[in-house]
Design a protein around this ligand. Sequence first.
Ligand code: MSP
Length: 668
Amino acid sequence: MSRFYITTPIYYINAEPHLGHAYTSMVADAVARAHRLNGDEVFFLTGTDEHGQKVERAAKKAGLPVKAFADETARKFRDILPALNISHDDFIRTSEPRHHAGAQALWRAVRDRGFIYKGKYEGWYCTVDEVFVPETQLVDGRCPTCHGSVEKIEEESYFFKLSAFQQPLLDYYRQHPDFVVPSGRRNEVLSFLEAGLDDLSISRTSLTWGIPVPDDPAHVMYVWFDALTNYMTAVGYGDPSPDAKARFQTFWPADVHLIGKEIVRQHAIYWPAFLMAASLPLPKQIVSHGWWLMDGAKMSKSLGNVARPEDYIERFGLDAIRYFVFREMVLGQDANFGDEAILTRYNADLANDFGNLVSRATTMIHRYCEGRVPTPEPSLLREPEQSLTASAHSAIDKARRLTLAFDLSGALREIWDLVAASNRYIVAREPWKLAKSGTSAELATTLFVVADTVRVIAELLRPFMPGTAEKTLTLVGVTAEPQSWRRLATGTLTPGITLGETLPLFPRIEQSIEELRAMSTGESLDANQPPAAAAPAPAAVPSMQPPAAAPTPVPASGVDGLISIDDFMKVELRVAKVLAAERVPKSKKLLKLSVDTGVDQRTIVAGIAEAYEPDALVGRTIAVVFNLKPAKLMGIESNGMVLAASVEGGKPELVSFDTPPPPGARVR
Ligand code: MSP
């Protein structure tokens, strides 16, 4: 069994937890859960960073003794974790005695090896980031990171000989190319290192809220020296008991420090240098993610533009928020947070794609198989079944690898490809027709394959949406303990087991953003509550509902006019087959098409009447925009758009294929 030790940053307690903090904890949680499913022994640490000038001042402002203030705000960070369904193993506070002992032990180890000396610090300090800023790095006299004001300080200070570690760090980076990921961050660190390192002031005399420097209590440790050590003190460093020593041996070095991009320097330069100075092993990897932006600016307390996780959980439910943040943010890049984008993903991916799949699968088994998983007939596992099984195996393999590599967005994309393949399989097999005219073995085999694939999808969703995964498994009758991802395979659902009661997992939200906001009361945080504004899910069996609209706005392009691949992937282009076509009365240009999208049958109104005769279109394979907001054209609701080339002055020319792919295939 491998061990896996993962940490989040420890959060400053000068303000309440916001979505940015919650995000880091959720990502660490998903990866920790994936490692547990992988059979690893996991230790997942989070906590609070309580010392320093910022907290001391916030307490003063609140009119509270600093310890009381720290207890109160640290509690908020601890209390939000169950509401986010975080599966941490320990929560460390830097005000705890165990941490003081560890930080002092590290100081002594570094000092005794000759890397600490006393001097005088004269320069600038940014209290928001708790960093010393060299004069040359000020931007218009302000902090280059948070753009806040800086203060001049001049005081006696201990210094760490950081300059001695320039070459050892450069050598280390060359030998360990994956020490910092993504590579863009690593390159920034390398440029910084190559420019040369100044020694670092690591103590303060002008504040008292900190850990006393060993043998010189007039100084408290610089908050970053103190804070970084938490990663070791939580696993026993500085505690002389045999138990603690064994724990430290077992878990140190950490496998991953997960952090936001603004604290890479402290983790990728200072921390390894402190550890090298103390002759201790370095963490194996530093994974840095981007920022959640609100209206283009980093969500942060100092800018006052933070999203409270509670509000969004109340509007959409916890798992919808977890899904959104994992799916939307590509590792290392920034992403925008907001109701519109969440609502779009909710209705398109969760209500329409996933919710409808589970609802169809379970409703049909209840209806046609007395609510028990049917027994498949092996000789009927033919091409469509084998193809779905192959998609499931590919999803298992890729989702596992991508999740363990922190590519949560990529992993979810793979899982959703399997959701789409399952929906297409249902449409192709038409179980409601088999129930009327097929053999019972055909129907049983089809529904078994669907339910079994839903089980696989739910097992894959465990790290991302643990509550939803459990509920979905109960819906297909599975109550067993989590299955190891190493053994996860298709075809293992037990025939004959009884399904749970049907219930909508992600009821479509019909309310507007304004209505949703108005309905938020900001009262309780219950991870199991469905969203406040949920409307009943559409029953999709046996007659297909019109498509649940999946209105994904096309994102604005950047200043260079280019969009990212992720932006492009939001537009779902799919293959569709024309089932029927007719002219729209009183319109010269419009045709009303009924198309099979592989997922559903829907109406699309297209402006191609001058170029195509309706009859000639029936049976033709075309490409459509699948997730376009519905629109009314000549009183007819159009759900999607047909892709056609338009030449100036010419007639539209439908996009076509050499060999028609099956309806539902994604066009990319
Ligand atoms: N206390 C230090 C970390 C010390 S670790 C030894 C600190 N704390 S913090 O409260 O400011 O939280 C920082 C972390 O919260 C970031 O590194 C990041 O993981 C997360 N985030 C805070 N704002 C964020 C966004 N707007 N977006 C994404 N994550 C953000 O720095």
